[in-house]
Design a protein. Structure first.
Ligand code: PLP
Length: 378
């Protein structure tokens, strides 16, 4: 029986055509394809401009620098995220201050964030986790009230819609996106940052390119910079993906819909919410919550034996050694930690067939049944 992977990019003829165009042009970096990709991405999001970089992490790092966060500064953020959300603060010597998440959305709990603001707090770094929009109106109100900068980690949420009906990343904050191969759209490796104005965009374009202004010569640099450029080969893949992004998002939503239908009657498995009021999830991963008495790791092993990839997704990052050493320990964020202990990412990609969804759900139901702690078969 063929195995079902966790994720799979959808690469077609148009990607091949545009990559060939770049290869034949001889402009493999800093060429016109990068700009075409940026313009198409900005148009999709409905923003003025967007700056392509080599990864979501690079986008976050440049965002932290734009906001001027550094040593002695505290930034309130969520522990239930991918580690890059906080590593970007550590790169600049700023301190992530974690607060727990909302039990339903798994995004940062706004009341907890408000309570964590001190005179050292300079900003908020909320994450739209698993493609669910954070409570942006409330977070922006908090930021305005306390004079805080905002960096939006929308790396998992391209296309998600918030409670005011606006697409995440389009509200006027610095916002970051990521294009690793499992994301809603991919460039292989890559990322994007939405600037707040033209001056910010110019500085971002300089900092991603070794600190060289657009109109400067090859070896002239007027500030500290990085090599965070996205190659034109990657941008070509990105342009092809943006062109079909509405369809990719629809297909992901359709697969999620099939999962939800099929999992509705499975005991011990809670499916993720697709929408609530005006909020709409953008489907990055399909993560279910297993009941406390189910042995999640045994489920993963059993699914693997049946040729189905799944993953415990994701760990709470305050417990990683390099972050825990800032003074964090187990038990501090019970909602995030419980989500980490009981969440399971299932295979999820736009081309997933009904038969594949059916097979995953049947095997999951059997695995959950067999691995309930205390079960005779367990
Ligand atoms: C929430 C979040 N932030 C940041 C990143 C970093 O993106 P990249 O892997 O492109 O550096 C990711 C990637 O998975 C992510 O999920």
């Amino acid at each position: 029986m063929s195995s079902i992977p966790l994720a799979q990019p959808e690469i077609g003829k148009r990607e091949e055509e545009l990559v060939l165009e770049v290869l034949r042009s001889g402009r493999l970096s800093l060429g016109p394809m990068g700009e075409r990709f940026e313009r198409a991405f900005a148009a999709f999001l409905g923003v003025e401009d967007a700056v392509a970089v080599s990864s979501g992490t690079a986008a976050l790092h440049l965002g932290v620098r734009q906001l001027g966060w550094g040593p002695g500064d505290e930034v309130v953020t969520s522990p239930f995220t991918f580690v890059a959300s906080s590593n970007c603060l550590l790169y600049e010597g700023a301190r992530p201050v974690f607060v727990d998440v909302d039990p339903v959305t798994l995004d940062i709990d706004v009341a907890a964030a408000a309570a964590a603001v001190t005179e050292r707090t300079v900003g908020l770094l909320p994450i739209d986790i698993f493609g669910w929009p954070a409570d942006w109106p409330a977070l922006e109100a908090l930021a305005a009230k306390r004079g805080l900068g905002v960096l939006e980690d929308a790396c998992q949420a391209l296309g998600a819609v918030d409670s005011e009906g606006r697409m995440v990343g389009s509200r006027g904050n610095f916002a970051t996106f990521a294009f690793y191969a499992n994301k809603q759209m991919t460039t292989g490796e890559g990322g994007m940052i939405v600037p707040t104005d033209a001056a910010a965009a110019a500085r971002l374009r300089s900092e991603r390119n070794q600190g060289r202004a657009v109109d400067m010569g090859w070896l002239d640099h007027d500030r500290l910079g990085f090599n965070y450029r996205l190659s034109d080969v990657s941008a070509a893949i990105g342009l092809a993906q943006v062109e079909k992004l509405p369809r990719l998002l629809e297909e992901r939503a359709a697969v999620a819909g099939r999962y939800a239908e099929r999992l509705a009657g499975v005991p011990g498995v809670e499916a993720p919410m697709a929408a609530r009021g005006r909020e709409v999830r953008s489907w990055f991963v399909y993560v279910v919550r297993l009941a406390d008495e189910v042995d999640r790791d045994a489920v993963i092993l059993r699914l693997r034996e049946r040729g189905i990839d799944s993953k415990s997704y994701l760990p709470s990052i305050h417990l990683f050694p390099h972050i825990a050493e800032l003074g964090y320990r187990e038990g501090q964020f019970p909602i995030a930690e419980a989500a980490s202990a009981h969440s399971l990412a299932l295979p999820f990609f736009p081309q997933m067939t009904e038969e594949q969804v059916e097979r995953v759900c049947a095997e999951l139901a059997a695995a959950v049944d067999a691995t309930r702690r205390g079960s005779a078969q367990g």
